[in-house]
Ligand binder design. Structure first.
Ligand code: LIP
Length: 275
């Protein structure tokens, strides 16, 4: 019985049901091992390439993705791998979606705000995800239906319900029109929100899940930056946009995650629908 049919019939999938625990344990271990590799390069002078305007690439992006790609291939040879740097079969029924360094510009400038992001997706839907900042040794994790944690301790979204006391992180990349970004920022400021941008979308979403941000919005994010963090926010009691299906995994899309009390007003300003 294939994975999609198991999902349709809502029966335990022999391929991933019992194995899912094994994959969860593997994910938590391999992301820390990848973090140790990335830390070998943090704080060092290094050569940087530019993939595009404000889009950095360092040797450690490539080395980290290669480590993760090989580890998944060795442990779970039947699974697909879709990474920021090397791509892959983004429509595989069992798929690892990986950003080896999210916040590369920060990493390249020795700013300690970057992470490794891994999401495990079955038939276009995230089942678990991990986001690891190796500088702070903070591991955010969520498994569908089982809550979200930071270093093993349960996390919940912020209880702040007033815009005048809330912070939204508004992500940006050169794919986003300047006018759109400025107009969106202006609308959020008009709501009374503090608007910031810290340079890692995955960490921005993880911080919504643990209460350090009240919301995260970005006009377009790639799947490797957002799939893990969106599951974390959902499991931590927040509201999120829909981000399921092969098309979103392959091409990305708009992202919004928010505490419930501010979700509708922020959704209206940024023009991103919630699920
Ligand atoms: C990106 C950040 C950007 C953020 C994107 C993504 P990467 O990281 O530079 O600020 O808005 O969502 O996280 O992977 O391109 O370094």
């Amino acid at each position: 019985m294939n994975a999609r049919l198991c999902n349709d019939l809502d029966v335990e999938n022999p391929w991933t049901g019992p194995m899912l625990h094994e994959k969860v344990d593997f994910c938590k271990q391999v992301i820390v091992r990848a973090g140790d590799l990335v830390m070998e390069g943090f704080g060092q002078a290094r050569t940087m390439q530019m993939k595009g305007p404000q889009d950095y690439l360092t040797e450690f992006d490539g080395r980290c993705e290669a480590l993760l790609r090989q580890a998944v291939a060795d442990a779970f040879p039947g699974d697909g791998f879709f990474g920021e740097e090397g791509g892959g079969a983004g429509n595989a029924p069992r798929l690892w979606v990986v950003d080896p360094i999210d916040g590369t510009a920060n990493f390249a400038r020795n700013i300690p705000h970057f992470c490794i992001a891994i999401a495990y997706v079955e038939n276009g839907r995230a089942e678990f995800g991990a986001i690891y900042n190796p500088v702070l040794r903070e591991l955010h994790f969520a498994r569908r239906g089982e809550g979200a944690t930071l270093n093993g301790r349960p996390i919940r979204v912020s209880a702040v319900a007033s815009a005048q006391a809330a912070t939204v992180e508004l992500g940006w990349s050169s794919r986003i029109e300047k006018g759109d970004y400025l107009e969106t920022m202006s609308g959020l400021l008009d709501l009374g929100l503090n608007v910031r941008r810290a340079g890692s979308g995955a960490l921005g979403l993880a911080y919504v899940a643990d209460g350090r941000n009240e919301a995260y919005a970005e006009r377009h994010m790639n799947s490797w930056d957002c799939v893990a963090g969106l599951l974390m926010v959902e499991e931590a009691g927040g509201r999120i946009c829909s981000f399921e299906g092969d098309e979103k995994i392959l091409r990305g899309g708009p992202v919004l995650a928010s505490v419930p009390g501010l979700a509708d007003s922020i959704s209206r300003v940024v023009g991103i629908q919630l699920a």
